[in-house]
Ligand binder design. Structure first.
Ligand code: AMP
Length: 215
């Protein structure tokens, strides 16, 4: 299965994608995580991306398209992949379609998660993650067992993302509406879209996702 997860920041793409990909043996390809890894390693890409990410702006299409083209060829993606955070613009979607068509294996499905803005802002401000495994926690609805350390890495303190501040979140929502939301209609028109309500408990959203994908 080759799957794209679409939806605004904070809607749960990463959490749901991680679980689905882990259960099914597919690669989870999160472009945000790839960029954060590049920042942690202080590569040229990381340093350039950080400037844009901290402002809630997008990294240029050419860079992202190249990263995803390479990443989807890695062995762990052979059985399938879940793309989280890509495509985010029309040129990225065009490039993904073209790449997968060239490989003779088009995208199977696109899931659009939905949630009201007020809930997204609340979720992002309560979001914490493990810097080692990237597991996401929510201080209000899904806290770590001791509230401060990763359940899977008890030595590691959870951190908040620098782009989860109120002002940057507002910008990211605007960027989503202007640049990414139009992709929902594009994929609907291609008959590949399923919509999943991203509100409510993780288990319920996971159930709705599996039901929508029939997998
Ligand atoms: P995310 O973890 O998906 O919320 O992404 C965090 C940030 O990384 C975004 O706000 C962008 O600055 C950057 N980013 C991630 N994926 C992409 C993409 N496909 N195109 C451009 N920028 C991206």
């Amino acid at each position: 299965m080759q799957l794209v997860l679409l939806g605004p920041p904070g809607v749960g793409k990463g959490t749901q994608g991680r679980r689905l990909a882990g259960d099914r043996g597919w690669a989870l390809i999160s472009t945000g995580d790839m960029l954060r890894d590049a920042i942690a390693k202080q590569t040229q890409l990381g340093m350039e991306a950080k400037q844009l990410m901290d402002q809630g702006l997008l990294v240029p299409d050419g860079v992202m398209i190249g990263l995803v083209r390479e990443r989807t060829l890695e062995p762990d993606a052979r059985e399938g992949f879940v793309l989280d955070g890509f495509p985010r613009t029309v040129p990225q979607a065009d490039a993904l379609d073209a790449t997968l068509r060239e490989r003779g294996r088009p995208l199977d499905m696109v899931v659009a998660f939905t949630a009201p803005d007020e809930q997204l802002v609340l979720r992002l401000s309560a979001r914490w993650e493990c810097p080692v495994c990237r597991r996401a926690y929510n201080a209000l609805s899904a806290p770590a067992a001791d509230g401060r350390h990763c359940d899977d890495h008890p030595e590691t303190r959870l951190v908040q993302r620098p782009d989860d501040t109120a002002e940057t979140v507002r910008r990211r929502l605007e960027v989503y509406r202007a640049q990414t939301a139009p992709l929902v209609e594009r994929y609907r028109g291609q008959g590949r879209l399923v919509e999943v309500d991203g509100t409510g408990p993780l288990e319920r959203v996971h159930g709705a996702l599996v039901a929508a994908l029939d997998c």
